[in-house]
Design a protein around this ligand. Structure first.
Ligand code: KIV
Ligand code: ZN
Length: 391
């Protein structure tokens, strides 16, 4: 870690909240492959699913806990004993683990969904955090819909769970309602006013309904949070979650201003982005920052002229540092084995001779049907050649 820079823990919830994106569900095998890639990317924590929700998710969390090393695994649970038991069991074999428990705190949720009084909610939160602490040291608590909860009750819930031993307080903007200045100020007030508020770690969790998930997460970082919950490509419920690649690259590109750092390996970003897109069958918008097809393409003559003189005239990041090949050779039916193999290797995949032969045949069949073979199609073919399971 660079001297004087605060470390921001990247908590990846692609496989839990991200998978809640309509139509994005994954098999346990796909989750395992993605989790390994996330660990390689350098995330600090992986939330691989919701163990009580289905046998498949339970199995995914259990396998990832057993097989993915060098990263903390998080079990997800409602504030309900059965959920906590399932999350505790599923993560039993993890090298390091935490338990993430959530319970709504806004009046809208209490009145219409939970149908519980505030007093009852405090009671449940206390009991369940105390219960979870019998099994797991690191307990994260999320007051769901926190940004539509009045300060007074929010403080009360947070104080109660800190007293029972919660060690990480995640304040979710569940419906993507907050504005950046409000969200940052909310953390500042909680840190200052909640009894015991200085003895815990804080985490941001933002949804993108107003397109503010990254801005809100950055505001939280500036207010002092040390954990940020993100998903690859920003996938998630409705308009999605805070995008991992956008947040990380904002922190990295402006690190002198913001003064923090993450442990993410930027050169792995593109590979994992493509992998998640392919597995979830979720296309990436052309203009998506960092990983979209056009993110480093320059059309205007004036821009191209500037770039030829010095790339920093119109580029604030180097795509090659993100694993995005700058020299985008156009691949089509006339491309030879060498160029294809080279491009595939730029995605971090080495094909052996046998794989190369079947890959080349499949490539030519596809190339015969269209002018250009795009990266996402190339990666899909790679997936079929080396790893059927992602499809
Ligand atoms: O958006 C949300 O509130 C969540 C939590 C349950 C943390 O995903
Ligand atoms: Zn969420």
């Amino acid at each position: 870690m660079e001297q004087g820079k605060r470390k921001i823990h990247i908590f990846d919830t692609t496989l839990r909240d991200g998978e809640q994106a309509p139509g994005a569900s994954l098999t346990p095998e796909q989750k395992l492959i993605i989790a390994k890639q996330l660990a390689h990317l350098g995330v600090d924590t992986i939330e691989p699913g919701f163990p009580i929700s289905s046998p498949g998710d339970y199995q995914a969390v259990q396998r990832i806990s057993r097989e993915v090393t060098g990263v903390e695994i998080c079990g997800f649970a409602r504030a309900v004993k059965e959920d906590i038991d399932a999350a505790v069991r599923a993560t039993q074999d993890a090298e390091r683990r935490r338990l993430h428990m959530f319970l709504s705190s806004s009046s809208i949720h209490l009145d219409f969904q939970l149908r519980k009084s505030r007093k009852q909610v405090i009671g449940i939160a206390r009991q369940m955090v105390a219960y979870a602490k019998h099994f797991v040291d690191r307990v994260e608590f999320s007051p769901m819909d926190a940004t539509r909860t009045g300060d007074e009750f929010l403080y009360e819930v947070i104080e109660a769970v800190i007293e029972e031993g919660a060690t990480i307080i995640n304040i979710p903007d569940t419906v993507g309602y907050a504005m950046p200045d409000e969200y940052g100020a909310m953390f500042t007030r909680v840190m200052q006013n909640v009894r015991g508020g200085r003895q815990v770690e804080y985490s941001a969790h933002c949804h993108n309904d107003l397109g503010l998930a990254v801005a809100n997460s950055l505001a939280a970082v500036r207010a002092g949070v040390t954990h940020v919950e993100v998903t690859v490509n920003g996938v998630g419920e409705r308009a999605g979650n805070c995008s991992l690649e956008e947040l990380v690259m904002a922190l990295e590109t402006r690190k002198e201003t913001i003064g923090v750092e993450t442990g993410i390996r930027p050169e792995q970003i593109y590979t994992v982005s493509q992998m998640v897109s392919r597995a979830m069958n979720f296309p990436i918008a052309f203009n998506k920052p960092i990983v979209g097809r056009n993110a480093f393409q320059h059309e205007a003559g004036i821009h191209q002229d500037g770039l030829l003189k010095n790339r920093s005239t119109y580029e604030i990041m180097d795509p090659e540092q993100l694993g995005i090949p700058r020299s985008m050779i156009i691949l089509g039916k006339h491309s030879g084995r060498h160029a294809i193999k080279h491009r595939v290797s730029q995605f971090g995949v080495q094909l052996d001779e046998g794989q190369m032969e079947s890959f080349y045949t499949a490539f030519k069949e596809l190339a015969d049907k269209q002018k250009v073979v795009h990266d996402h199609q190339l990666l899909k073919l790679v997936g079929q050649t080396v790893n059927e399971v992602l499809e």
